[in-house]
Design a protein around this ligand. Sequence first.
Ligand code: TRP
Length: 325
Amino acid sequence: MTCGTAMETDEVGPGSALSAADRQEVLDGLRQQPKTLSPKFFYDERGSRLFEQITELPEYYPTRTELSIMRENIEEIVGLVGPQASLIEFGSGSSMKTRILLEHLDRLAAYVPVDISRDHLTAAAETLAADFPQIEVLPLAVDFTRPFDLPKPKVMPLRNIVYFPGSTIGNFMPSAAQALLEVMYEEANEDGALLIGVDLKKDPAVLETAYNDSAGVTARFNLNMLRRLNNELSANFDLEKFRHLAVYREEPGRIEMHLVSTSAQAVTVAGERFQFEEGESIRTECSHKYTLKEFEAMAERAGFSVHRVWTDRERLFSVQYCLRR
Ligand code: TRP
């Protein structure tokens, strides 16, 4: 990218707030066949609020199930992690699940939330630091898909525990998920481990219902991406002419989220015109589901051995503790 040219100045008019790089990413995605938009554009303020609501829906089992697995097994998790560890959370939110760990783990040397978005990170880190004054919180604003240097806590950590909840691993394409596990292997030091939430393969009807709730919150969440592009990229998507679609595809083993054009239409985004056929979709996110065996094979290829797996009674979701081999 060139610097200081007109390209980078804000010339798309009022309401534009996306960076030049983000604008480029949106345009590149829409130029592709099939069209895609990155899930990172879901989370403006309204999108984050809608996602919060999704996690509380009766149909959306992952958040609730993972939380209860964590609560039920926290004593065993504490025993495995041991004292004076450093907890390194990849893609940290301000989530309840992290709080369970911060409340129970034995004399943590540090909590290192890692996130690419500095704004999110600082706000969440400040809240946690205030709530857990005895824990050194060392936020790190980096892209966690590439290896990075860890900050040095005042207390020497006995081991590094990488934490990756929410089955966010499923939102990466399999090859990217594999590469990410390899980065996690690097960041967990010699005696370290990975504590990860992995959503499991199950009856496709249960999966599709989880992403197609009856109250329509998921649809509003998905469509919010177009609203955001209207506001922040001078786009003119007609939200009445796109519908939310979530389907499970057996072959890649994933839920795919789409926004489907309900008629032939043209849309302008940052001055560029995009043509849609009736029924043509924009793919917004994939959520891969794994069997225990499939995940184990992937973890092993990255150098881990799956030491302990906790699931719920219905085997909807798993939390797994993986040791460096
Ligand atoms: N990362 C979440 C998941 O894969 C995101 C999500 C939940 C989502 N519901 C959605 C994304 C609906 C798009 C549409 O479970």
